[in-house]
Write a protein that binds this ligand. Structure first.
Ligand code: CP
Length: 317
């Protein structure tokens, strides 16, 4: 694998391969010394044109745990504010010898552009491009579901028959798209629930059931409920009347929490708008996996970096 740009491109074997390498990395992350020499001498650039907490710090931790040299680039405070283009920035990174570039950008397709031009000869990982995809978030979500379901026996397991409901602002969510493609490839049954104004038109052609009422969806016994952040920064129109109305119709509050099966996982990619799409009762309940998702993100991102940039021998050897 040369780049990791989308989960739509991943075959079932490639996805399971990445999840199984992440199992090896998870074992490393449970050691006292969480370090492998695998990427010594390699340079990874975190190229972030959009804000991030989890993705940026977990890619940095992942690269450092693999002994790579890490350069963190944030558009704020760089020559991007003077008008420098993505091409010139990429050529600058090429000149300093970047082997891998982790890119987050507000433009859908930015990661593909970087990977498909001759601006830089580096492995490219999409860390979120506009409303398009966020493949490592989907991989860490799948890893987290698999780990909760199968524990130490997760290796090699897909998610056949697992029922997943993704709720909220689907239209602006790259996580919803990447989750759908990956979970479907792994055999899960995926449903969306959200206001019709926040469901993409194209979704009727996707392998997903669509609910326009959260309470109707909850009558069904979903194994996993993924709550999405309302992405106010991408909304240039009024998609719902008020935030109170949104919470009443689409929030996971105490009453809906009580109706969930006690086995159901509650997931959220973060950052959470507590009190809007998810209540603290739900976010902090034992069913919630929010902090596990962040921890697993380091293992999954180590797996992605290793798969793209590492040698071809076994990790655990
Ligand atoms: N889930 C996620 O992408 O979070 P950040 O925006 O903090 O990276």
């Amino acid at each position: 694998m040369r780049h990791l740009l989308s989960t739509l491109d991943l075959s079932r074997d490639e996805a399971l391969g990445l999840l199984d390498v992440a199992e090896d990395m998870d074992a490393v992350n449970r050691r006292e010394i969480k370090k492998l020499p695998t990427l010594r001498g390699r340079t990874v650039v975190n190229l972030f044109y959009e804000d991030s907490t989890r993705t940026r710090i977990s890619f940095e931790a992942a690269a450092k745990r693999l002994s790579a040299d890490v350069i963190n680039f944030s558009a704020k405070g760089s020559s991007v504010s003077k008008g420098e283009s993505l091409k010139d920035t990429a050529q600058t990174l090429a000149a300093i010898g970047a082997d891998g570039v982790v890119i987050r950008h507000s433009a859908s397709g930015a990661a593909h552009r970087l990977a498909q031009t001759d601006w830089i000869d580096a492995g490219v990982i999409n860390a979120g491009d506009g409303t398009h995809e966020h493949p490592t978030q989907a991989l860490l979500d799948a890893f987290t579901i698999r780990k909760r379901l199968h524990g130490d026996a997760s290796r090699g397991k897909a998610l056949d028959g697992v029922r997943v409901l993704i709720v909220g602002d689907i239209d602006h969510s790259r996580v919803a798209r990447s989750d759908l493609w990956l979970l479907h490839t792994l055999g899960a049954e995926v449903a969306f629930a959200g206001p019709p104004t926040l469901i993409p038109f194209a979704a009727e052609h996707w392998p997903v059931r669509i609910f326009d009422d959260f309470d109707t969806a909850l009558v069904e016994d979903f194994d996993v409920v993924i709550m999405l952040r309302i992405q106010l920064e991408r909304m240039h129109d009024a998609f719902f009347p008020t935030s109170q109305e949104y919470t009443r119709l689409w929030g996971l509050g105490p009453q809906r929490l009580a109706r969930l099966s006690p086995r159901a996982l509650i997931m959220h990619p973060g950052p959470m708008n507590r009190g809007l799409e998810i209540s603290s009762e739900a976010a902090d309940s034992p069913q919630a996996t929010v902090r596990e998702q962040v921890a697993n993100g380091v293992s999954v991102r180590m797996a992605a970096l290793y798969t793209l940039l590492g040698p071809r021998e076994e990790v655990g050897a």
